[in-house]
Design a protein around this ligand. Structure first.
Ligand code: SAH
Length: 507
């Protein structure tokens, strides 16, 4: 008999975790990075897909209850076929792949087809969901045993594989998935089989996501509460005394910005810092880039100035984008870091300085506070006589002339390097725009006058009651020019300063 030939492809059955982008395992991430094809589900956070290398094929296969994008047999056939073509297939599933995830069935198909596979466990919603609601599934005082069951089966059907008498009478905590729609039947079965009506129950919807919702009740009243609140799938349900721990342990929903939907309007590249800090404080962030950074009109001219950078006394950076544009050009022109010479470096504020420091270059001058052009001018005034001092100012094409005017007034010779241009983002924000229109938001943040202008050019109506946060006075002026109110203005005109002001506002 011919021996079974193993194909060179492989399929990784990977648990993508319950939703929080941080709850993906390192191995799971490696499998995404290695993939030629990603096959993923409804409950798998699409944010994970960005780890894929460029050109990786992405196939969405559903499945929300009742809305099977691709039937299971076809999913099985698909991953087998792709792996047989020699591809590295990463099959991403919400939570853990073998806890109510049909991962075992897919693995069996791969085995039968002679395809190599690996199972990469994930963090399951069954345990992480309750934990993010402040509910431990076991606890020395309450529960030394855990039962996890599916709520998908109709308990009144004679052929159900679940024995509710046994589940209801089992000690410890019970968790069920896929059961919101059947909450009435399930609690009725528990009560029928002797469970105490006052037993605490919690449902955690979109657990570990920034828009997580939790509903707490008892076996007697949770079904009515679900109905009244219009509480819907996906949710994990937890039954037992451990639910009472939530009174003390509800860490996730008690973070300062939890439940607040906040719009970030910076460029996609710059948004991540602000988004991350807001998310860490619990906010649900809508990244809606309104601008993007592109080459200046005349890159040659900028290149010539960068080439001569070592001949200046000072280089002034007034934005992180300027630093990036400068060093991108510098690296094209030189392959020795020392080519920058002994020129001193001034920065308008900490974020800009951070970018310079990332190049292992020291920042010689920065305002103490007031991180705007005027602040930097004052810092120069206090620092030295500027008579005949040669300065290269690395700037955006569209920016206020304060630095050039004031320093020239002080006797300096200022060359202006037009390093980049800010233009409207037209493609990368369509999804976010749809979300903003559909869901509204509690707050919108502006980090420059150009984000204000470009946001308003989009002509989306601001949701009613939305609060406006500004990074500083220049941005605030731009907001007020459009007859809008500034509800929050950062004291420190920096991203951490803005985050602190936003946090204080909602506290
Ligand atoms: N393999 C998954 C479960 C798949 S079954 C895991 O280990 O988590 C699908 C059910 O999982 C949903 O109906 C819901 O009950 C639950 N679920 C998955 N992710 C969830 C989340 N983020 N929040 C709440 N419930 C979730």
């Amino acid at each position: 008999m011919a021996s079974k030939k193993t194909s060179p492809g492989i399929c990784y059955l990977v648990g993508a975790g319950p939703g929080d982008p941080g709850l993906l395992t390192l191995k799971g991430k490696e499998c995404i990075e290695a993939a030629d094809v990603l096959v993923y589900d409804y409950l798998c956070n699409p944010e994970h897909l960005r780890y894929a290398k460029p050109g990786t094929r992405r196939i969405y296969v559903g499945k929300k209850a009742g809305d099977h994008t691709l039937p299971q047999e076809e999913i099985n056939a698909l991953i087998v076929q792709l792996a047989k073509e020699g591809k590295t297939v990463t099959r991403l599933k919400g939570g853990d792949p073998v806890l109510f995830g049909r991962g075992a069935e897919e693995a069996a198909e791969l085995h039968d087809a002679g395809v190599k596979f690996e199972i990469v466990p994930g963090i399951t919603s069954a345990i992480a969901g309750p934990a993010y609601a402040g509910i431990p599934v076991t606890h020395r005082s309450h529960a030394s045993q855990l039962t996890i069951f599916t709520g998908h089966e109709d308990p009144t059907k004679p052929d159900t594989s679940l024995n509710y008498a046994k589940i209801a009478q089992a000690d410890g905590t019970k968790v069920f998935l896929m059961g919101v729609e059947r909450i009435d039947e399930i609690t009725t079965q528990f009560l029928k089989h002797g469970a105490k009506p006052e037993t605490p129950v919690a449902l955690v919807r979109w657990a570990t996501h920034t828009h997580q919702q939790t509903l707490v009740g008892t076996l007697a009243d949770i079904a009515a509460k679900v109905k009244a609140a219009g509480f819907k799938a996906p949710a994990v349900a937890v039954i037992g005394d451990v639910v009472t721990e939530r009174e003390k342990l509800n860490w996730f929903e008690n973070r300062p910005l939890f439940g607040k939907k906040i719009v970030v309007t910076r460029t996609r590249q710059q948004a991540s810092g602000l988004s991350k800090q807001l998310t860490l404080l619990g906010a649900d962030v809508i990244e809606l880039p309104t601008i993007k950074i592109v080459e200046p009109q005349n890159p040659m001219l900028f290149g010539e100035l960068v080439q001569d950078c070592h001949t200046y006394d000072w280089i002034i950076f007034t934005s992180p984008n300027g630093v990036d544009a400068f060093f991108t050009m510098f690296d094209k022109l030189y392959n020795d870091a020392r080519s920058i010479g002994g020129v001193r470096i001034a920065c308008v504020g900490p974020s800009t300085a951070e970018r310079v420091k990332a190049r292992h270059l020291a920042v010689d001058l920065m305002p103490d506070k007031n991180f705007v052009a005027e602040g930097l001018v004052k810092a120069f005034k206090d620092h030295q006589n500027m008579e005949n001092v040669n300065v290269l100012w690395v700037r955006a094409e569209e920016t206020r002339e304060v630095i050039a005017n004031e320093l020239t007034g002080m006797g300096a010779i200022v060359d202006e390097g037009l390093a980049y241009r800010t233009v409207a983002e037209t493609e990368d924000n369509l999804e976010a725009l749809a979300r903003l229109k559909a869901e509204g938001a509690d707050m919108i943040t502006f980090t420059s006058a150009s984000t204000v202008e470009h946001f308003l050019n989009l002509k989306v109506a601001l949701p009613e009651g939305i609060k406006i946060a500004s990074i500083g006075p220049v941005t605030s002026t731009a907001i007020k020019e459009h007859d809008l109110n500034v509800d929050v203005e950062a004291k420190d005109h920096s991203i951490p300063g803005l985050v602190a002001a936003v946090e204080k506002f909602w506290r």
